[in-house]
Design a binder for this molecule. Sequence first.
Ligand code: HT7
Ligand code: ZN
Length: 848
Amino acid sequence: PETIYLKDYKPFSYTVQQVDLLFRLAANATRVISKIAFAPNPQAEDQAENRRFFLHGEGLKPISLKIDGTPVTPREVPGGIELDAPDAPFTFEAEVEIDPAANTALEGLYMSNGMYCTQCEAEGFRKITYYPDRPDVLAPFDVRIESDLPVLLSNGNPGTSGPGFAEWSDPWPKPAYLFALVAGDLIAHPDTFTTRSGNTVDLNVWVRPGDEGKCAFAMESLKKSMRWDEEVYGREYDLNTFNIVAVDDFNMGAMENKGLNIFNSSAVLASSETSTDANFERIEAIIAHEYFHNWTGNRITCRDWFQLCLKEGLTVFRDAQFTADQRSEPVKRITDVIDLRGRQFREDNGPLAHPVRPDSFVEINNFYTATIYEKGAELIGMLKRLVGDEGYAKALDLYFTRHDGEACTIEDWLTVFEEATGRDLGQFKRWYEQAGTPRLSFTESFNNGTYTLTFKQQTPPTPGQPNKDPRVIPIAVGLLNPNGDEVQPTTMLEMTEAEQSFTFDGLATKPIPSVLRGFSAPVILEHESDTQTRAFLLAHDTDPFNRWQAGRDLAQESLLTMLRDGAGPDNAYLDALLSLLRDDTQDPAFRALALGLPGQDDIAQTLADQGQTPDPQAIWEAFETLKHARAEAFQDVATRLYAQYQVTAPYSPDAEQSGARALANAAMGMINRLDGGALAQKQFDSADNMTQQLAALSALIAVGKGDAAVARFYDQWQADRLVIDKWFSVQITGARPDEAADVAQRLTQHPDFTMKNPNRFRATLGALAMHPAGFHHASGKGYALLADNLIALDPLNPQTTARMCTSFQTWRRYDADRQALIKAQLERLLATPDLSRDTTEMVSRILG
Ligand code: HT7
Ligand code: ZN
């Protein structure tokens, strides 16, 4: 397959002035009739004689093609067609036929439960009709849909409609990846929103009949997002309609199509009976994310797909700010960092490492990664820390005014910051160009009241990038005296060298440093610290992130020592955690987070970083031992917390109630280990919300008492797809390591298992991959099961297959036997006849 390079970017030879599309919908033979006004592009350097009129097109059946009314015969070229076109404005017309019912890839126009829907990002529009399917070609679209289905939707504002047809007009020039169409038997949950300049916007959440009772939360989240973007970024909505549609079969979370966001139903539908607190929080965040794209992505889009982080990093950053404002800032930061370390650091540390702005790709769908999204968002956070809140606000205002209606690059983005703040961001740009997570270490010295911190940064090689230059790193530091008082409030140090010292004067005693407060940069902080200092920080740090980090470090050290020396759990950790749990002045959500343990995969990675070979089974056993020791040591406090944090008020998914439930359920998890499931069974029997019910089910499975509850849960929820996804997952994640692959295998035979629904596939095979000791079982049965299913899925849905291959990305950290087993499965995958380009690229990169 062809590799595409950033350095080869050239603008398209033509501009598009207007797009008119007519869809005659039919399940197996939809007609798409397009009329597109083109003109030579003055920005393109091509001379008239070498202008190329190339249009993308994939799997289209051409019926007729015309230029200025005259039929034309195209030359078939890889990925599309080429035509001789005038060196003056002209109209191109095409009629093509496509087969949405046969489209299982869920890209382009496809069908999901009798409903038509589209997914065009990144390169799906070319499966709908011939078009310059690239993000730097922007045009207004007018759409007419003809179908007997009752609800016919597209982008922009509604126009004329009547029996069997509807017209839509989107005045905002947009790239084809933001095109959308939906047609189905849908029910609206309607509302309105008045913008701050007084425009009334019709809002609708569209769902399948039966789901109309699960839309209210999404609608409230949308209205909050609209208001927040006005208040915090000064961004108003710009059409008179905003539609959200829930679709069951969807490859990702959601899609920000202009005025017509299409969502995975798991990212919209919510009720207290069927959704957990975590589900509610995710829905609120995804609704906000897609809505915020209206400005960061749609009004200002990307010049090419190498600039993907321009819209995704910024929009993730904006949605994180929103969530922090709605809920708790420290809790949001801590959970984001857990996620970043678990997914992005893992990617940065292996064969799939790539820069936040990659410089080449084979299949762009493989680059919707944690690096582009989450590390991309971290870069925005660092920029904000470096230029300050005011500088950030000025730069964003300039970005919106200067680039509205344009397709931009990271250079454009950094230039507005340079101009708005007068800073040179040349070194900062390395964050976009260099892959890999910097390792940051420090030493301290104290002399005559002067305290010196000397930092070193170093980034290990990544594929194709053996050497790295130092980056600018904002390091937030505070200092505490031995009594626990803060003697130096948070200061932003700016490290620009490979090694650099910073001094603090006038200190009476050697302080205890709190470094990288708020996780001020996406680095791995390597610092040997003693248990006492960590316990001190857990008790006294004024920075909530670093307090939590101190607890996590203690847990990690304890686990590593248990694994290395066969020692028992560290008492200093248990004591420090116990004091925190007892402290009712502390936010319950924070205490629940402090009770969390590092991921088993994080421990495997840490061991690999230290040059050791992780044994997933031994890690699982160490976790079990530690959890059991905590259950015994915290028995009294767990019983008290469980009782104290039962929520008696009517269910609400707000931060306060969910924090209380999180702590009570963590307490129940501990009690469960000692009472053999008695309390969990009680909770399961009486639960009136999914958070309580699922936590209890999971606890029962963990102690081998889940059979009856698993059966009852299925009977109760068999009609609800999203709840049944949970039912699939919980049985696998809760299984013992030697049984997890067998449970997953059995569930793939269940009548409700289907390859065609990505949520169900992920709930089953994804759950196995997230059970490190089960997936990496020495027999290799986990690897074989995943590979079997990926081979079966690839011809149906290459995008989801390729994405799930990432479960194998850490293979080189394991012992020779496991490496051989995984390699054999990867080679088997690669040898599969007609393997998709997506999966071929992914597996080849993983094999290295
Ligand atoms: N911008 C979207 C990314 C996306 C996507 C969404 C659904 C299905 C396939 C997709 N490919 C790319 C989602 C977002 O980041 O908001
Ligand atoms: Zn996005």
